[in-house]
Design a protein around this ligand. Sequence first.
Ligand SMILES: Cc1cc2nc3c(=O)[nH]c(=O)nc-3n(C[C@H](O)[C@H](O)[C@H](O)COP(=O)(O)O)c2cc1C
Length: 174
Amino acid sequence: MANIYLPYGTTEGQTAKIAEYIAEVVRAHGHNAETADIRQAADTIPDRYDAVIVGASVHLGKHEDYVRDFVRKNSDALQSLPSALFSVSLAAHGDTGNAESYVEKFEHETGWRPAHVGLFGGALLYTQYGFLKRHMMKKIASDKGTLDTDTSHDYVYTEWDGVRRFAEDFVNGL
Ligand SMILES: Cc1cc2nc3c(=O)[nH]c(=O)nc-3n(C[C@H](O)[C@H](O)[C@H](O)COP(=O)(O)O)c2cc1C
C-alpha cells in the first residue's frame, strides 16, 4: 500500500475536483491518497509519501505561478519519487497541441519532466464569472469553435474516464 500525495493549484475549482476524483480512484485500488491545495499546504512535500501527483490549471497561457514555485522548491522529491503531472485547460478539449505546449512551457520553467502527464479538459463556468470574464471567455470559446457559447449555462469538458485511466495507470506502475 502506497501513500500518494496530490498537491494542486486551482483558480475556479475544477482542478480540485479532478484531484479529489483521482484520490478516490487511488483509494479504490487500496492505497492512501491525500489532496492538498498548494496555497494552503506546507510548501514542501512531507516525507511520509511514496508518490506524488501534481495538478495545475491553465489561465492566459500558463499554469499557476504558485504551482511552478512549489515544483521548483520540491524538485529533488519529484525527481526521486514516482511522480506525475496533470494539466487542466480548455485546450485539452480539442486542441491537444496547445495543451501540450502549456506543459512543455511548465517543464521548461520548472526543470521537472514528469514520466506521466495527463491533459484534462476543464470547465467553462459562465454563470460564475463576472461580466468581463464571461464575455472574454465567450469570445475565446467562439473563436475556438469547439466550445459552448451559451453564457446562461456552465460546461464541464473533463472526461472522467480518461482521468480514471490516468490514475489507474499511475498506481499500476508503482
Ligand atoms: C480567465 C481565464 C483564462 C483562461 N485561459 C486559458 C488558456 O489560456 N488556455 C486554456 O486552454 N484554457 C484557459 N482557461 C480555461 C481554464 O483552464 C479552465 O476553466 C479550467 O477548468 C480552470 O481550472 P480551475 O478551475 O482548476 O482553475 C481560462 C479560463 C479563465 C477563466
